[in-house]
Write a protein of this length. Structure first.
Length: 72
């Protein structure tokens, strides 16, 4: 009876560890996917910000060309 109880306990323990491993694995996969989405979103926002800044600089440079041309 003692061996049967130990075997049952070992089986339950093994199954609980295995089921936790799957849950942890799924959570990790979800977290990695979310991180990837966050990185992609941040990249898009950064690209837009750089493009906007480049346009602002271009407009500012064009504005100063007229000033410099008048002075020469």
């Amino acid at each position: 009876m003692k061996k049967l109880s130990l075997l049952l306990l070992a089986t339950v323990f093994t199954l609980s560890i295995y089921s936790c491993r799957e849950t942890t694995e799924e959570k990790t996969e979800d977290a990695v996917e979310e991180i990837g989405n966050d990185i992609e979103e941040a990249t898009e926002e950064s690209t837009e910000a750089v493009e906007d800044a480049a346009e602002d600089v271009e407009e500012a440079v064009e504005g100063t060309d007229d000033v410099n041309a008048d002075q020469q």
